[in-house]
Design a protein around this ligand. Structure first.
Ligand SMILES: Nc1ncnc2c1ncn2[C@@H]1O[C@H](COP(=O)(O)OP(=O)(O)OP(=O)(O)O)[C@@H](O)[C@H]1O
Ligand SMILES: [Mg+2]
Length: 337
């Protein structure tokens, strides 16, 4: 396959559960490499993944994965990709080695090859020593690693992982993130991972897709977005309000929290405009530094632009109950939950 081909493409992809529209006319193109699928609870991340794998039927629209039609070639798609589902897909009574071997056999691998690949895959995810233990005795981290081994058994070119670090402690989470990163960098494989942990996405991925309420909220390269959203942070002593007004009058984008302000760094001379405004209004700037937005900040600013009152992604994503509170304003068709 040509390197710059898109591995996943969808056109007007729509999925409704009865009257509920979970995916709303999605037009997406996912490039090679690692892509993070972000969005709050109920955004449609898992539905999107299941739809492109042909596991659930689309309501409208179409798409391809590795050039295969998601409506008619689901079997072929699933044999070429590795899928790590969100739910616990493992049999607690099975030894990990046999669970992984079995998932290879389900993909049509010959049992001997499946078994030898299962050893390799478990070794790769860090479970070499524990591979003969039953899954019921495993920690959450070990279960997630087993799910990843199942997804890697046939050495797929694309790994689709739904919340791979969900419920993991720091050590297990770091290990999972490193394994995924290695798979992309050393293994030269593509990864599409759904996550609500900005940090994980930032560590593994170059690209991101942000879904909200089944719609595409933003998409692009993480690097480009971060460069775009550069800000200068200043700490002001005396005259903060006057300075804020003066800068806004000069056309600068200002976000203020008390004496700390962040000014969008959109033009070369932003710093000198800030200094001139401060001199004009007699405000003292105590500290000034360039501030590069984290993915977390970007997520918040995108959500804010969409009209959502969000404190942090942790708040937003901590629990479905909380996510429902952060609903769309009424004028945008929300407020129903
Ligand atoms: N089988 C189903 N039947 C009815 N509604 C469903 C079904 N599966 C998902 N939904 C609804 O579709 C929407 C999208 O759900 P989905 O699980 O895709 O979101 P998500 O982004 O993966 O969320 P999370 O972060 O909680 O995993 C939600 O409103 C959900 O309640
Ligand atoms: Mg999900």
């Amino acid at each position: 396959m040509v390197k710059d081909d898109f591995i996943i493409k969808t056109t007007n992809l729509t999925k409704s559960y009865g009257p509920h529209v979970a995916l709303n006319k999605l037009n997406l193109s996912v490039p090679h490499g690692a892509t993070g699928l972000l969005g709050p609870n109920g955004a449609g991340k898992s539905t999107f993944l299941k739809t492109i794998l042909g596991l659930i039927q689309t309501t409208e629209g179409e798409g391809t994965v590795l050039g295969l039609d998601i409506r008619t070639q689901g079997d072929q798609i699933r044999s070429r990709i590795g899928y790590m589902p969100e739910y616990d897909s493992l049999n607690p009574d099975m030894e990990a080695i046999h669970q992984v071997r079995y998932s290879g056999e389900l993909l049509g691998m010959n049992p001997t090859i499946a078994l030898s690949r299962a050893h390799e895959a478990l070794q790769y995810v860090g479970l070499g020593e524990q591979r003969y233990r039953t899954i019921g005795s495993y920690s959450t981290g070990m279960k997630q690693a087993t799910k990843l081994a199942c997804a890697l058994i046939h050495d797929p070119e694309l790994i689709i992982a739904d919340e791979p670090s969900n419920g993991l402690d720091i050590t297990a989470r770091n290990y999972m993130i490193e394994t995924l990163t290695n798979t992309v960098l050393t293994g030269n494989r593509s990864v599409l991972m759904a996550s609500h942990l900005m940090d994980d996405v930032e560590r593994v991925c170059d690209n991101f897709i942000l879904l909200h309420k089944g719609k595409l909220a933003a998409q692009g390269r993480i690097e480009d977005l971060k460069a775009f959203d550069r800000e200068i942070e200043i700490h002001v002593w005396g005259g903060a309000s006057r300075l804020e007004e003066a800068m806004i009058a000069q056309g600068l984008g200002v976000r203020r929290e008390g004496r700390v302000m962040r000014i969008l760094h959109e033009q070369e001379d932003t710093t000198s405009i800030i200094m001139r405004c401060a001199a004009d209004v007699g405000a003292q700037i105590r500290r000034m530094h360039e501030y590069e937005a984290s993915l977390e900040d970007l997520f918040l600013s995108i959500m804010e632009n969409l009209g959502y009152d969000v404190k942090s992604s942790e708040d937003l994503l901590a629990s479905p109950v909380q996510a429902r509170k952060v609903d769309a304003p009424e004028h945008m068709g929300g407020g129903s939950a």
